[in-house]
Ligand binder design. Structure first.
Ligand SMILES: Cc1cc2nc3c(=O)[nH]c(=O)nc-3n(C[C@H](O)[C@H](O)[C@H](O)COP(=O)(O)O)c2cc1C
Length: 290
Protein backbone atom coordinates (compact mmCIF):
# COMPACT_ATOMS: atom_id res chain seq x y z
CA UNK A 1 0.00 0.00 0.00
CA UNK A 2 1.29 3.45 -0.92
CA UNK A 3 -0.04 6.26 1.23
CA UNK A 4 0.77 9.56 -0.45
CA UNK A 5 -1.29 11.65 1.96
CA UNK A 6 -3.88 11.11 4.66
CA UNK A 7 -6.66 11.33 2.10
CA UNK A 8 -4.94 9.46 -0.67
CA UNK A 9 -4.46 5.70 -0.33
CA UNK A 10 -3.38 3.82 -3.42
CA UNK A 11 -4.01 0.08 -3.73
CA UNK A 12 -3.83 -1.83 -7.04
CA UNK A 13 -3.39 1.57 -8.70
CA UNK A 14 -6.79 2.78 -7.47
CA UNK A 15 -7.14 5.78 -5.19
CA UNK A 16 -9.18 5.48 -1.98
CA UNK A 17 -10.13 8.39 0.29
CA UNK A 18 -9.95 5.94 3.23
CA UNK A 19 -9.30 2.24 3.67
CA UNK A 20 -12.70 1.17 5.06
CA UNK A 21 -15.15 -0.54 2.72
CA UNK A 22 -18.52 -2.24 2.75
CA UNK A 23 -18.19 -6.00 2.21
CA UNK A 24 -20.08 -7.90 -0.48
CA UNK A 25 -23.57 -9.21 0.13
CA UNK A 26 -25.27 -6.23 1.76
CA UNK A 27 -25.95 -4.40 -1.49
CA UNK A 28 -26.20 -7.47 -3.70
CA UNK A 29 -27.90 -5.65 -6.59
CA UNK A 30 -26.28 -2.23 -6.40
CA UNK A 31 -29.61 -0.70 -5.38
CA UNK A 32 -28.14 1.44 -2.58
CA UNK A 33 -24.63 2.40 -3.75
CA UNK A 34 -25.10 6.18 -3.41
CA UNK A 35 -26.62 5.80 0.07
CA UNK A 36 -23.76 3.64 1.31
CA UNK A 37 -21.22 6.01 -0.27
CA UNK A 38 -22.76 8.93 1.65
CA UNK A 39 -22.07 7.19 4.97
CA UNK A 40 -18.32 7.71 4.59
CA UNK A 41 -17.07 4.39 3.23
CA UNK A 42 -13.90 4.61 1.15
CA UNK A 43 -15.21 1.94 -1.22
CA UNK A 44 -18.04 -0.54 -1.56
CA UNK A 45 -18.28 -4.02 -2.98
CA UNK A 46 -21.61 -4.97 -4.56
CA UNK A 47 -22.92 -8.44 -5.49
CA UNK A 48 -22.39 -11.31 -5.48
CA UNK A 49 -24.23 -11.33 -8.80
CA UNK A 50 -24.90 -14.24 -11.12
CA UNK A 51 -25.78 -14.29 -14.83
CA UNK A 52 -29.49 -15.04 -14.26
CA UNK A 53 -31.60 -13.61 -11.44
CA UNK A 54 -32.21 -16.20 -8.71
CA UNK A 55 -34.22 -16.44 -5.51
CA UNK A 56 -31.50 -18.03 -3.40
CA UNK A 57 -32.13 -20.60 -0.68
CA UNK A 58 -35.52 -20.96 0.98
CA UNK A 59 -36.33 -18.95 4.09
CA UNK A 60 -35.51 -18.83 6.97
CA UNK A 61 -31.97 -18.21 5.79
CA UNK A 62 -30.67 -15.42 8.02
CA UNK A 63 -30.12 -15.57 11.79
CA UNK A 64 -28.54 -13.41 14.47
CA UNK A 65 -26.75 -14.78 17.49
CA UNK A 66 -26.88 -11.60 19.54
CA UNK A 67 -24.96 -12.95 22.52
CA UNK A 68 -21.86 -13.44 20.36
CA UNK A 69 -22.51 -10.57 17.93
CA UNK A 70 -22.69 -12.99 15.02
CA UNK A 71 -24.80 -13.58 11.92
CA UNK A 72 -25.38 -16.98 10.35
CA UNK A 73 -26.58 -16.79 6.76
CA UNK A 74 -27.49 -19.27 4.06
CA UNK A 75 -28.76 -16.75 1.54
CA UNK A 76 -27.39 -18.57 -1.54
CA UNK A 77 -26.67 -15.65 -3.90
CA UNK A 78 -30.20 -14.22 -4.00
CA UNK A 79 -29.88 -11.49 -6.63
CA UNK A 80 -31.62 -9.77 -9.52
CA UNK A 81 -29.03 -10.87 -12.08
CA UNK A 82 -26.01 -9.09 -13.55
CA UNK A 83 -27.99 -6.97 -16.05
CA UNK A 84 -29.89 -5.27 -13.23
CA UNK A 85 -26.61 -4.47 -11.46
CA UNK A 86 -25.05 -3.06 -14.62
CA UNK A 87 -28.01 -0.69 -15.06
CA UNK A 88 -27.53 0.49 -11.49
CA UNK A 89 -23.78 0.99 -12.03
CA UNK A 90 -24.51 3.13 -15.10
CA UNK A 91 -26.80 5.39 -13.05
CA UNK A 92 -24.55 5.71 -9.99
CA UNK A 93 -23.79 9.29 -8.92
CA UNK A 94 -21.24 8.75 -6.12
CA UNK A 95 -17.58 8.46 -7.07
CA UNK A 96 -15.89 6.14 -4.57
CA UNK A 97 -14.46 2.91 -6.03
CA UNK A 98 -16.99 0.10 -6.47
CA UNK A 99 -15.91 -3.54 -6.64
CA UNK A 100 -18.25 -6.09 -8.17
CA UNK A 101 -18.37 -9.61 -6.77
CA UNK A 102 -19.26 -12.27 -9.33
CA UNK A 103 -20.43 -15.85 -8.90
CA UNK A 104 -22.28 -18.69 -10.58
CA UNK A 105 -25.96 -19.60 -10.63
CA UNK A 106 -26.99 -22.42 -8.31
CA UNK A 107 -28.17 -24.58 -11.22
CA UNK A 108 -24.89 -24.25 -13.15
CA UNK A 109 -22.75 -27.35 -12.57
CA UNK A 110 -19.15 -26.73 -11.58
CA UNK A 111 -17.80 -28.00 -14.89
CA UNK A 112 -19.63 -25.12 -16.62
CA UNK A 113 -19.09 -22.51 -13.91
CA UNK A 114 -16.32 -20.71 -15.78
CA UNK A 115 -18.93 -19.64 -18.37
CA UNK A 116 -21.01 -17.95 -15.62
CA UNK A 117 -17.98 -16.09 -14.28
CA UNK A 118 -16.96 -15.03 -17.80
CA UNK A 119 -20.48 -13.84 -18.57
CA UNK A 120 -20.52 -11.64 -15.46
CA UNK A 121 -16.95 -10.43 -16.02
CA UNK A 122 -17.79 -9.30 -19.56
CA UNK A 123 -20.90 -7.46 -18.38
CA UNK A 124 -19.43 -5.59 -15.42
CA UNK A 125 -15.88 -4.96 -16.67
CA UNK A 126 -16.50 -1.49 -18.02
CA UNK A 127 -18.37 -0.27 -14.92
CA UNK A 128 -16.48 -1.84 -12.00
CA UNK A 129 -13.30 -0.51 -10.38
CA UNK A 130 -12.32 -4.06 -9.46
CA UNK A 131 -13.90 -7.47 -9.88
CA UNK A 132 -13.96 -10.01 -7.04
CA UNK A 133 -14.19 -13.69 -7.95
CA UNK A 134 -16.24 -15.31 -5.23
CA UNK A 135 -15.24 -18.95 -4.80
CA UNK A 136 -15.82 -19.11 -1.06
CA UNK A 137 -19.51 -18.78 -0.27
CA UNK A 138 -20.55 -21.86 1.72
CA UNK A 139 -24.16 -21.50 0.53
CA UNK A 140 -23.78 -22.54 -3.12
CA UNK A 141 -23.21 -26.26 -3.37
CA UNK A 142 -19.69 -27.18 -4.46
CA UNK A 143 -18.46 -23.58 -4.84
CA UNK A 144 -15.55 -24.03 -2.45
CA UNK A 145 -14.18 -26.79 -4.68
CA UNK A 146 -12.69 -23.91 -6.66
CA UNK A 147 -10.35 -23.28 -3.73
CA UNK A 148 -8.62 -26.57 -4.56
CA UNK A 149 -5.35 -25.96 -6.40
CA UNK A 150 -6.06 -27.40 -9.87
CA UNK A 151 -9.66 -26.22 -9.98
CA UNK A 152 -8.56 -22.75 -8.96
CA UNK A 153 -5.78 -22.69 -11.54
CA UNK A 154 -8.19 -23.63 -14.36
CA UNK A 155 -10.74 -21.00 -13.41
CA UNK A 156 -8.21 -18.24 -12.77
CA UNK A 157 -6.33 -18.90 -15.99
CA UNK A 158 -9.54 -18.47 -18.01
CA UNK A 159 -10.61 -15.31 -16.19
CA UNK A 160 -7.13 -13.76 -16.35
CA UNK A 161 -7.00 -14.28 -20.11
CA UNK A 162 -10.40 -12.60 -20.49
CA UNK A 163 -9.32 -9.70 -18.26
CA UNK A 164 -6.36 -9.06 -20.56
CA UNK A 165 -8.54 -9.37 -23.66
CA UNK A 166 -11.09 -6.90 -22.26
CA UNK A 167 -8.28 -4.50 -21.40
CA UNK A 168 -7.70 -4.00 -25.12
CA UNK A 169 -11.06 -2.15 -25.28
CA UNK A 170 -11.35 -0.77 -21.75
CA UNK A 171 -8.90 0.32 -19.11
CA UNK A 172 -7.29 -2.34 -16.91
CA UNK A 173 -9.50 -3.56 -14.04
CA UNK A 174 -7.99 -5.51 -11.14
CA UNK A 175 -9.16 -9.10 -10.58
CA UNK A 176 -9.36 -10.24 -6.95
CA UNK A 177 -10.15 -13.63 -5.42
CA UNK A 178 -12.13 -14.03 -2.17
CA UNK A 179 -11.28 -17.05 -0.04
CA UNK A 180 -12.80 -18.77 2.98
CA UNK A 181 -11.43 -18.75 6.54
CA UNK A 182 -11.70 -22.55 6.67
CA UNK A 183 -8.51 -23.47 4.77
CA UNK A 184 -5.50 -25.02 6.46
CA UNK A 185 -2.05 -23.53 6.00
CA UNK A 186 -1.15 -25.85 3.10
CA UNK A 187 -4.34 -24.91 1.21
CA UNK A 188 -3.60 -21.22 1.75
CA UNK A 189 -0.08 -21.71 0.46
CA UNK A 190 -1.43 -23.48 -2.64
CA UNK A 191 -3.99 -20.74 -3.27
CA UNK A 192 -1.33 -18.04 -2.93
CA UNK A 193 0.95 -19.87 -5.33
CA UNK A 194 -1.82 -19.83 -7.97
CA UNK A 195 -2.60 -16.14 -7.36
CA UNK A 196 1.04 -15.24 -7.95
CA UNK A 197 1.48 -17.60 -10.89
CA UNK A 198 -1.43 -16.07 -12.80
CA UNK A 199 -0.76 -12.46 -11.71
CA UNK A 200 -4.04 -12.00 -9.88
CA UNK A 201 -4.25 -8.43 -8.58
CA UNK A 202 -5.50 -8.95 -5.06
CA UNK A 203 -6.96 -11.21 -2.38
CA UNK A 204 -9.99 -10.78 -0.11
CA UNK A 205 -9.57 -12.52 3.24
CA UNK A 206 -12.18 -13.85 4.12
CA UNK A 207 -15.73 -14.98 3.50
CA UNK A 208 -17.91 -16.56 6.25
CA UNK A 209 -17.05 -19.78 8.12
CA UNK A 210 -18.82 -23.13 8.23
CA UNK A 211 -17.22 -23.85 11.60
CA UNK A 212 -20.08 -23.13 14.00
CA UNK A 213 -22.71 -24.96 16.03
CA UNK A 214 -25.69 -22.74 15.32
CA UNK A 215 -29.05 -24.50 15.55
CA UNK A 216 -29.80 -23.65 11.90
CA UNK A 217 -27.30 -26.39 11.06
CA UNK A 218 -25.61 -25.05 7.95
CA UNK A 219 -24.76 -21.57 6.65
CA UNK A 220 -21.83 -19.22 7.08
CA UNK A 221 -20.84 -17.51 10.32
CA UNK A 222 -19.78 -13.86 10.36
CA UNK A 223 -19.13 -11.21 12.98
CA UNK A 224 -17.17 -11.30 16.22
CA UNK A 225 -16.52 -15.09 16.39
CA UNK A 226 -15.04 -14.98 12.86
CA UNK A 227 -12.31 -12.50 13.75
CA UNK A 228 -9.68 -15.00 14.87
CA UNK A 229 -9.77 -17.53 12.01
CA UNK A 230 -10.24 -14.81 9.41
CA UNK A 231 -7.25 -12.80 10.70
CA UNK A 232 -5.11 -15.93 10.94
CA UNK A 233 -5.91 -16.69 7.29
CA UNK A 234 -4.91 -13.12 6.42
CA UNK A 235 -1.62 -13.45 8.34
CA UNK A 236 -0.72 -16.66 6.53
CA UNK A 237 -1.69 -15.25 3.15
CA UNK A 238 0.49 -12.19 3.76
CA UNK A 239 3.39 -14.48 4.61
CA UNK A 240 3.01 -16.44 1.35
CA UNK A 241 2.21 -13.46 -0.91
CA UNK A 242 4.90 -11.06 0.29
CA UNK A 243 4.69 -7.44 1.42
CA UNK A 244 3.47 -5.80 -1.77
CA UNK A 245 0.53 -8.00 -2.77
CA UNK A 246 -2.79 -6.16 -2.18
CA UNK A 247 -5.02 -7.78 0.45
CA UNK A 248 -8.49 -6.68 1.57
CA UNK A 249 -9.45 -7.95 5.03
CA UNK A 250 -13.02 -8.99 5.78
CA UNK A 251 -14.23 -10.88 8.82
CA UNK A 252 -15.13 -9.95 12.36
CA UNK A 253 -14.40 -6.22 12.43
CA UNK A 254 -16.72 -4.90 15.13
CA UNK A 255 -14.59 -2.00 16.46
CA UNK A 256 -11.68 0.29 15.73
CA UNK A 257 -9.42 -2.13 17.60
CA UNK A 258 -10.45 -4.97 15.27
CA UNK A 259 -9.82 -2.72 12.27
CA UNK A 260 -6.32 -1.97 13.57
CA UNK A 261 -5.67 -5.69 14.14
CA UNK A 262 -6.43 -6.32 10.44
CA UNK A 263 -4.03 -3.57 9.38
CA UNK A 264 -1.38 -4.97 11.75
CA UNK A 265 -1.90 -8.46 10.27
CA UNK A 266 -1.10 -7.09 6.81
CA UNK A 267 -4.32 -5.73 5.30
CA UNK A 268 -4.20 -2.83 2.83
CA UNK A 269 -7.95 -2.25 2.98
CA UNK A 270 -10.60 -3.46 5.44
CA UNK A 271 -14.27 -4.28 4.90
CA UNK A 272 -17.16 -4.54 7.34
CA UNK A 273 -20.56 -6.21 7.15
CA UNK A 274 -21.78 -7.76 10.44
CA UNK A 275 -20.20 -4.98 12.52
CA UNK A 276 -22.21 -2.50 10.47
CA UNK A 277 -25.41 -4.46 11.22
CA UNK A 278 -24.77 -4.51 14.98
CA UNK A 279 -23.22 -1.07 15.47
CA UNK A 280 -24.78 0.92 12.62
CA UNK A 281 -23.11 3.71 10.61
CA UNK A 282 -21.49 5.00 13.83
CA UNK A 283 -18.90 2.24 13.40
CA UNK A 284 -17.60 3.94 10.25
CA UNK A 285 -17.05 7.18 12.15
CA UNK A 286 -15.54 5.34 15.15
CA UNK A 287 -13.01 3.62 12.91
CA UNK A 288 -12.08 6.56 10.73
CA UNK A 289 -12.30 9.56 13.01
CA UNK A 290 -11.37 8.51 16.56
C1 LIG B 1 -26.20 -11.96 4.97
C2 LIG B 1 -24.84 -12.04 4.35
C3 LIG B 1 -24.73 -12.16 2.96
C4 LIG B 1 -23.46 -12.23 2.37
N1 LIG B 1 -23.37 -12.32 1.01
C5 LIG B 1 -22.16 -12.34 0.42
C6 LIG B 1 -22.03 -12.37 -0.98
O1 LIG B 1 -23.02 -12.35 -1.72
N2 LIG B 1 -20.78 -12.40 -1.52
C7 LIG B 1 -19.64 -12.40 -0.74
O2 LIG B 1 -18.53 -12.41 -1.27
N3 LIG B 1 -19.74 -12.35 0.60
C8 LIG B 1 -20.95 -12.32 1.20
N4 LIG B 1 -21.04 -12.26 2.55
C9 LIG B 1 -19.79 -12.27 3.35
C10 LIG B 1 -19.34 -10.86 3.72
O3 LIG B 1 -19.01 -10.11 2.57
C11 LIG B 1 -18.13 -10.89 4.65
O4 LIG B 1 -17.02 -11.40 3.92
C12 LIG B 1 -18.33 -11.77 5.87
O5 LIG B 1 -19.61 -11.56 6.42
C13 LIG B 1 -17.28 -11.52 6.94
O6 LIG B 1 -17.28 -10.17 7.35
P1 LIG B 1 -18.06 -9.63 8.67
O7 LIG B 1 -17.64 -10.51 9.83
O8 LIG B 1 -17.64 -8.20 8.77
O9 LIG B 1 -19.51 -9.79 8.38
C14 LIG B 1 -22.29 -12.19 3.17
C15 LIG B 1 -22.42 -12.05 4.55
C16 LIG B 1 -23.66 -11.98 5.15
C17 LIG B 1 -23.75 -11.82 6.65
Amino acid sequence: MKQTSYQDICVFDLKFKNSLGLAAGLDKNGDYMDSFASLGFGFIEVGTVTPKPQYGNSKPRLYRDKSSKAIINKMGFNNKGVNHLVNKLKKRRSDIPVGVSIGKNADTPNNLAHADYLYCLDKVFKYAHYIAINISSPNTEGLREFEIKDELANLIKTLKARQLYLTKKDEYKPLLVKISPDNNEKNIENICEILLKFSIDGLICTNTSINHNHSSGSGGLSGQPLMESSTETLRMARKFLGKEFPIIASGGVMSKGDYQNKIDAGADLVQIYTGFIYEGPKLIDDILNH
